[in-house]
Write a protein of this length. Structure first.
Length: 310
């Protein structure tokens, strides 16, 4: 007798051209059938577009890597930030409930006010000061209010070889400007997009392997590398490695000027401390995140290769 083959599980990625979305495509393709949606295919500011995409594809898992991520611009573009980071997440949750699908969503260290002296844990009270942080908290709350089976993964200081980020801006400035000033009193932990994607793929594998999906430990988790740095020290690390790899610089690592956030204020307030402790994900899933420099060095080497190819 011929055995009926079970349909290969499917997974949708929204925001597939972002830093995390791009890496998710690479890592998840090995795990299941992936449908990658960019803004044109599923615009999160349009409820009808979200519902139509989900009802047509009927995925087993939705990984929401789309977001309004410009922290300063969000201060003047409040409505759109809340629509994409808040309301749209609620709509995705509703669709996932109807389909009995898992929703994986990314949130941010910027939901905290930064006044804690130690790394933040999942049970700490979120109290964002920026519109971006508030809109991301609205997304977390929409999931918490819903019956959806979800993993909300908070991360921070994301860096990848694809897309725009702090590493690329520092490299560009140090190659084009005469001087470079960087904030030294804002602390966090760089976590790379490939690491976030590979952890997400591990979680997806674990979910698919589980017979009784209801027993999966859904919930809120911090997904961040270990250790901490500040933006100035991080810049020095980037430029030291760039110089060692033969990248021409106008501003040398020792010449980067350390300034206080009050001297170099962006439009949006940013937390003084936004380090996240990731012990829960290790305890529950056995996933241990490495020290931040290990992954950052890999991303740097990929970025330097692109710089050499330019
Ligand atoms: N970057 C960080 O440091 C950081 C830190 C903590 C948490 N996160 C969270 O991680 C997630 C992904 O971040 P990322 O760094 O990968 O961001 P990113 O590189 O800025 O990518 C965001 C993606 O969202 C898409 N997008 C924006 N508006 C959209 C809309 N209306 N409809 C559909 N797609 C839309 C963008 O599309 P286009 O390509 O068309 O612009 C882009 O592909 C976000 O939820 C973010 O809040 C990021």
């Amino acid at each position: 007798m011929q055995r009926k083959l079970a349909a290969r599980p499917s997974l949708v990625i929204t925001g597939c051209n972002g830093q995390i979305g791009f890496e998710l495509q690479r890592y998840l393709a090995q795990v299941c059938r992936v449908v990658a949606l960019d803004r044109a295919a599923c615009d999160l500011s349009r409820t009808a577009a979200i519902r139509e995409a989900m009802r047509t594809i009927r995925p087993d898992i939705v990984v929401n890597a789309a977001g309004y991520t410009n922290v300063d611009k969000a201060e003047i573009d409040r409505e759109l930030a809340f629509a994409i980071n808040g309301a749209a997440v609620g709509v995705l949750a509703e669709e996932c409930v109807a389909l009995q699908s898992l929703l994986i969503h990314y949130s941010t260290d910027y939901v905290f006010d930064g006044n804690k002296q130690q790394p933040y844990v999942e049970t700490d009270t979120a109290s964002p000061e920026s519109i971006y942080g508030k809109s991301k908290l609205a997304g977390e709350e929409a999931i918490a209010r819903s019956e959806v089976r979800a993993l909300t993964l908070r991360t921070g200081w994301v860096a990848g070889a694809h897309g725009d980020n702090f590493i690329k801006r520092i490299l560009k400035k140090s190659r084009s400007q005469q001087t470079l000033s960087v904030v030294a009193d804002r602390f966090g932990t760089p976590t790379t997009a490939p690491r976030i994607a590979s952890v997400t793929a591990d979680l997806v594998r674990k979910y698919f392997e589980l017979e009784d999906k209801r027993s999966f430990p859904f919930g809120l988790y911090h997904l961040a590398a270990s250790g901490q740095t500040d933006w100035h020290t991080y810049s020095v690390e980037i430029l030291t490695r760039a110089r060692a790899q033969g990248i021409a610089l106008r501003v040398q690592p020792e010449q980067v000027i350390a300034v206080s956030a009050t001297e170099y204020a962006g439009v949006a307030p940013r937390p003084r401390n936004s380090c996240l402790e990731a012990k829960k994900i290790e305890r529950v899933f056995g996933i241990k995140l490495p020290e931040w420099k290990i992954d950052v060095h890999r991303v740097l080497d990929e970025i330097f290769q692109h710089v050499r190819d330019e």
